[in-house]
Write a protein that binds this ligand. Structure first.
Ligand SMILES: Cc1ncc(COP(=O)(O)O)c(C=O)c1O
Length: 442
């Protein structure tokens, strides 16, 4: 059968042809695109997804880190089914929201109060607005290359390029979207990751104006390295000393420890944004933190400065699903999938060495990222792919997909609790074969 006939016979190919007529690019999120067409999911169970053409793959993307228990986890299916029969959203508060808030607040001493929203983007937006309202200041600082979702200020310098990123001492504020107003750019200060001296010098220049520093403790796009303890300490101390807030983005990294990655550093953020896995597979976001800061959203409090609402915020489906997911993601479960990831990081590193592939592994907790570089990149600029590295990465990702593994397109893997050594060892073996292939590339 020729490739063209194979494609015509593919249900995914047919659907993509229809999709391109009604959806820009054929999709609702660019991350699902693949060449020549995306694979369309038919069903998922545990850590496996079967596509419309009947191919089953092991899912190391877990819907971009949001499915901590994999697909169709029976306790979540039961809880949500029960809730569905009682209604999906009311303009009334629910016990499910209170119970889930109590549980999340019990996981970290810094979580005195919490508000639920519908996505990580919204959680970061609410965190930034709460920081501005509390301090009365306009600006935020963020790390060059860090991804915090789609809020104008949070997406500044998300994907800068060598031709526009400016000097390392003073990174430029680069818009992501054409037409972003200068006022958004002017209200953001871009900091180099893990560079205490330069970061503090830039913060000092705007000492009086910074409402908060937004920091992901292991930013995926910056290279997936945990923040160095000295950098975390320096930012925590600077914000405290200067009347500014530390807003941690734990939308992904909350999975790394029972109380989030911040507990590993022994620091408490003023505000923490969460999302993804805390929804048990349903849309969610949350901001948790100091009661006095969170109370800027309390209409009956003495400092009501930030009116906040949302039609689907704390909807009972996301609340019951998230609560079950988090109760079952206890210390034992966290430690178990962290150990599985360590096994994968060690195995893939060894495979890269044995095959002579110019590749290395970063990450911690239950996440890993493979770079087409001999030494681990330490910041966004070092993680930036040359065209040659990009070609090798894309060949490796194609190989993994063909071999039955779904990865995030930066070659990142997120573990889930249904996984065992079997899936990890299969992934390591597939990397070994993939490294052999790309080692032969010119
Ligand atoms: C660190 C981080 N923050 C925020 C977001 C935005 O979350 P959402 O896609 O739910 O809006 C993401 C999404 O990938 C993320 O990785």
């Amino acid at each position: 059968m020729s490739i063209q006939t194979e494609q015509a016979a593919s249900q995914s190919a047919e659907l993509f042809a229809r999709a391109q007529r009604v959806l820009p690019g054929g999709v609702s999120r660019n991350t699902v695109l693949r060449k020549p067409h995306p694979a369309y999911a038919a069903r998922g169970e545990g850590c496996r997804i079967t596509d419309l053409d009947g191919t089953t793959r092991i899912d190391f993307s877990n819907n971009m880190a949001s499915l901590i228990h994999g697909h169709a986890y029976p306790p979540i299916v039961r809880a949500v089914t029960e809730q569905l029969e009682r209604g999906t959203a009311y303009m009334m508060a629910t016990e499910s929201e209170v119970a889930f808030a109590e549980h999340l607040c019990s996981r970290s001493p810094g979580f005195e109060k919490i508000r639920f929203v519908n996505s990580g983007t919204e959680a970061i937006m609410v965190g930034i607005k709460a920081a501005r309202a509390f301090t009365g200041r306009p600006r935020i600082a963020k790390i060059e290359g860090a991804y915090h979702g789609g809020y104008d200020y949070a997406e500044v310098s998300q994907t800068p390029k060598p031709e526009n990123w400016g000097s390392a001492e003073r990174p430029n504020t680069v818009p992501l979207v054409h037409g972003t107003p200068d006022s958004s750019l002017d209200n953001v200060v871009i900091l180099p990751f893990n560079d205490v001296e330069r970061a503090l010098a830039l913060l000092d220049e705007h000492r009086e104006e910074i409402a908060g520093v937004v920091l992901d403790p292991m930013p995926h796009r910056v290279g997936l390295n945990p923040v160095e303890p000295g950098f975390m300490r320096a930012i925590r101390d600077w914000t405290t000393a200067n009347g500014s807030l530390l807003v941690l983005d734990e939308v992904i990294t909350f999975r790394s420890e029972y109380g989030g990655l911040q507990s590993h550093y022994g620091i408490q953020a003023d505000l923490t944004a969460m999302g993804k896995m805390i929804g048990g597979g349903f849309p969610v976001g949350a901001v948790a933190g100091r009661a006095d800061v969170m109370d800027v959203m309390d209409p009956n409090g003495g400092r009501y400065l930030f009116p906040h609402s949302g039609t689907f915020s704390a909807n009972p489906i996301s609340m019951v699903a998230g609560h079950v997911a988090m109760l079952d993601f206890d210390e034992t479960a966290v430690a178990r999938i962290n150990a599985l990831s360590e096994r994968a990081r060690t195995g893939i590193t060894e495979a890269a060495r044995a095959t002579g592939a110019r590749a290395c592994v970063t990450g911690a907790g239950s996440i890993l990222r493979v770079h087409m570089k001999e030494t681990p990149p330490r910041n966004f600029r070092e993680a930036y792919l040359s065209p040659e590295e990009g070609a090798r990465l894309s060949a490796l990702l194609d190989h993994l997909f063909e071999a039955g593994f779904i990865m995030i397109n930066t070659c990142t893997a997120m573990m889930s609790t249904p996984m065992t050594e079997v899936e990890i060892d299969a992934l390591v073996a597939a990397f070994g074969d993939g490294f052999e292939k790309i080692a032969r590339m010119p």
